[in-house]
Design a protein around this ligand. Sequence first.
Ligand SMILES: *Cc1c(COP(=O)(O)O)cnc(C)c1O
Length: 459
Amino acid sequence: MSRIRLPSIDALLADCEDLIHEFGRQQVTRTLRDVVSATREALLNSPDQLAPSGSELIEETRTRLTARQRPSITPVFNLTGTVLHTNLGRAVLPDSAIAAMSVAARSPVNLEYDIAHGSRGDRDDHVEHLLCELTGAEAATVVNNNAAAVLLLLNTIALGKEVVVSRGELVEIGGSFRIPEIMDRAGCRLTEVGATNRTHAQDYRNAINEATALLMKVHTSNYEIRGFTASVPESALVEIAAGHGLPVATDLGSGSLVNLADYGLPPEPVVKDVISGGADLVTFSGDKLLGGPQCGVIVGRRDLLARIKSNPLKRALRVDKIILSALEAVLRLYLNSDQLATTLPTLRALTRSPDDIEKVATRIQPSVAHAVAQTADVRVTACMSQIGSGAMPGDVIESAALAIKPHEAGHRHLARVVDAFRGLPTPVIGRVHDGEFLLDLRTMTDPESFIEQLDKLAL
Ligand SMILES: *Cc1c(COP(=O)(O)O)cnc(C)c1O
């Protein structure tokens, strides 16, 4: 073992001044030790190999330290065809929201301070009036996400009591959010009514007793029940609840502040309509169709919101100044809904015409074809995008894609293409369909930098 002669850590450290300045002595020492011991081991396993020089060891140390320095959260090209992709961070924010976040990050702000009166304020004040104006609700609050909104609502309104929900609406979203489990954690008892495919008004009526605190409707956002189905419209539910002095809450999941049909998109429930339809409380996500930062919004009756806001759990679920700043900026865009399809990136992506997308596809096809020429063919094809994040499960929107098809059939060849695109400096995430790798260009916002990195494609 002693035949392997490598420089001592101290000797190497003496030549690492720049690294020590950049990364700190502790990190550099630790990494040098790792490199030296890995090298020693490698040499023991293949004794014929030449021992690296001190400067080679330092270079390897530099490579490792630099690699560690790269942020773990990194931009990707979302060409999956799912505009609001939960795994890829959902909504992309408008510049005004990014600017507002940056201001709030950089400086103390009046988060809970009433400047006009020099007194304590409420962090909800910054967005509550906007949310009320845009939804017609009396009051509003904001928490970490929609799951938190539902949890807080249930825990406030129905702690130790019963909540009536249709069996057709006991949804699971993204694995860990399941209505029955949230109910349980919120300290409520779930009363399931009806059947998976059919629930009638009488089912709700029969379920109500002294222990009932709430009737709840959950938007079945990531699936559709088709065929022999029946559900109770919101208006009928409101009437039944009112007859018993009970509130109705609706978990809209995505919900929209504008009517998507006005923008030529498949309709999605509009928060304002649900409120004017008589729902007492409505919850929805900030980073789904709303197109804002991750948060959950509860809007509804003033008296119920007052109870929700004073629940100690609210403190545990509240959002920070950065999220609130972004949300405020996004809500302001809604005040001018004529321009929304231009100003809000989510709506901009959703309303892009297939022709427009196809033009981009046609323009970048030659570059992609050139980059993969050894391995695959590339053609422009029509495809279908989806909104994602549970909005409109059955509805898809026409789009255009590049379809990359390996010369040789088989999973292995396709996987190589997929891996190569994912391995680019800005990873490109597409989807596999019918033996082809599809890059849906609906969400392509920067074709120039997409093309620029293609020469790094390791195929
Ligand atoms: C998405 C969704 C949720 C969870 O919302 P998050 O903001 O992801 O916490 C809850 N309920 C429904 C119906 C949803 O669609």
